[in-house]
Design a protein around this ligand. Sequence first.
Ligand SMILES: NC(=O)c1ccc[n+]([C@@H]2O[C@H](COP(=O)([O-])OP(=O)(O)OC[C@H]3O[C@@H](n4cnc5c(N)ncnc54)[C@H](OP(=O)(O)O)[C@@H]3O)[C@@H](O)[C@H]2O)c1
Length: 217
Amino acid sequence: MNIGVLGTGMVGSAIGTRLVQLGHQVRMGSRSADNPKAAAWVAATGGGASQGTFQDAAAEADMIVNCTQGAATLDVLGSIGEDTLGDKILIDISNPLDFSRGMPPSLFVSNTTSLAEQIQHTYPRARIVKALNTVNATIMVHPERLGEDHEVFVSGNDAGAKAAVSTLLTSFGWKRIVDLGDITTARGTEAYLLLWIRLWQTLGTADFNVRLVRASG
Ligand SMILES: NC(=O)c1ccc[n+]([C@@H]2O[C@H](COP(=O)([O-])OP(=O)(O)OC[C@H]3O[C@@H](n4cnc5c(N)ncnc54)[C@H](OP(=O)(O)O)[C@@H]3O)[C@@H](O)[C@H]2O)c1
């Protein structure tokens, strides 16, 4: 697949590298076509990896992955535009974190909406699937790193898009994929960051995830 990865940070780099390793063609997008972090990623990753603007990354993509800072996400998607986004599947990994008052951050949207819903509302034809925002960049693409099975969540309005994203997650190694329902369920996975950050501070590592345990029978 041709996949556009929006973002040059830890997440964009980890997702992009894994996708290239799995045989996909990946264009990493940034505000500038010659972003040095994207250039370093292309040089390190090799075949299948390229860079461009956010618009370049989205234009020829079969699927788009949003790995941009949450506060910038709507601006980034605005720079791409509705015509280019069309009805493409967009995996939204961003979190609506507000660090303006220091640590721990708060959420700049929550409770009755979510960043994923704001994206879906702004681009009603695009098929938004919230996923992977509840784990750190390394675990996103190497869930086996934790040594036992654990959960990843998907939220979205389009069943076909969630199935396609689940196939991609399975190729990353995810075995426990929980379909929470429509895009409003992203309120829960985004707000989970409030707990994730406290766990990270308490445990002193980002190498963890939650595992669901249900009563049998
Ligand atoms: N780090 C993690 O382990 C982790 C885990 C789960 C979820 N997330 C979420 O994943 C997303 C990416 O996280 P990250 O740590 O990889 O990177 P990040 O530093 O949060 O975001 C980097 C990207 O955001 C873009 N950006 C920043 N400010 C911008 C602005 N004013 N206008 C347009 N674009 C702007 C940058 O564009 P340029 O390339 O042009 O500089 C860059 O591509 C975030 O929403 C984060 O909350 C992160």
